[in-house]
Design a protein around this ligand. Sequence first.
Ligand SMILES: [Zn+2]
Ligand SMILES: [Zn+2]
Ligand SMILES: [Zn+2]
Ligand SMILES: [Zn+2]
Ligand SMILES: [Zn+2]
Ligand SMILES: [Zn+2]
Ligand SMILES: [Zn+2]
Ligand SMILES: [Zn+2]
Length: 319
Amino acid sequence: MFSPYSDIQEPKESLPHSKTSAAAQLDELMAHLCEMQAKVAVKADASKKYLPDKQDHKASLDSMLGGLEQELQDLGIATVPKGHCASCQKSIAGKVIHALGQAWHPEHFICSHCKEEIGSSPFFERSGLAYCPKDYHNLFSPRCAYCAAPILDRVLTAMNQTWHPEHFFCSHCGEVFGAEGFHEKDKKPYCRKDFLAMFSPKCGGCNRPVLENYLSAMDTVWHPECFVCGDCFSTFSTGSFFELDGRPFCELHYHHRQGTLCYGCGQPIAGRCISAMGHKFHPEHFVCAFCLTQLSKGIFREQNGKTYCPPCFNKLFQI
Ligand SMILES: [Zn+2]
Ligand SMILES: [Zn+2]
Ligand SMILES: [Zn+2]
Ligand SMILES: [Zn+2]
Ligand SMILES: [Zn+2]
Ligand SMILES: [Zn+2]
Ligand SMILES: [Zn+2]
Ligand SMILES: [Zn+2]
């Protein structure tokens, strides 16, 4: 039987240090994370809320005064009026509202939008006009981008929109954002945890997102603890590994999988190799089972899975 030498292709040995596109993507992501913060501010309202001054006489006092006024008029003595209503221009005798620097009949002091009587209720002033609180907020308060309702006190400004602070939350888990702020993706806000879980590159070993520490190899990123030999799970202390089908292996297991361990000594064969009886051998380990001389380039005899040089074979088996 003739067994030629063959050369085993040296595996590609790589070092896990070069930056890959996945690593660059992760770096960019991390830089992006630090910049984003939500801004919450107490609404700066140019207008003010007022309680109008009111002179609210008791009804009995009013009628008493009315009676007194009548008596005085009967006597030819005119009473001093309380001013003229800014709305109807008539003089005010009973209750008077002082607001916006003028005097009003209570029933003539009205919301400039819905025309409902404000009277002595709280109101808002804007550009010299009075508004009931409901109309004021509907007309002038910022709107929440989530519920579209007006925002009455605290306004959160984020993503070029305004929000009720309680209505600005993670698009994935629904939690409002803490001190970490939020992270925007495709016009949606996410908490840090979900953002990283959904958008950061996945580990080449466990397929879970890679967050802080990572190792870059074979055009992807890895948790350092996941970058180990696919068979024995040992780390690559020398820094080198062997790639097979997208997974890293130690030298021994790479050769084991490739069928390139010496059948004689069990060690990997790098370089020259002899194939015989369905196995591979270091040339120096392809020897006669009896006299241990190397069976180089040669003719050998086989018996019960062992190899022999022709003289030993003849001595032992050819009687
Ligand atoms: Zn009036
Ligand atoms: Zn109104
Ligand atoms: Zn809202
Ligand atoms: Zn979330
Ligand atoms: Zn992993
Ligand atoms: Zn291994
Ligand atoms: Zn060997
Ligand atoms: Zn021999």
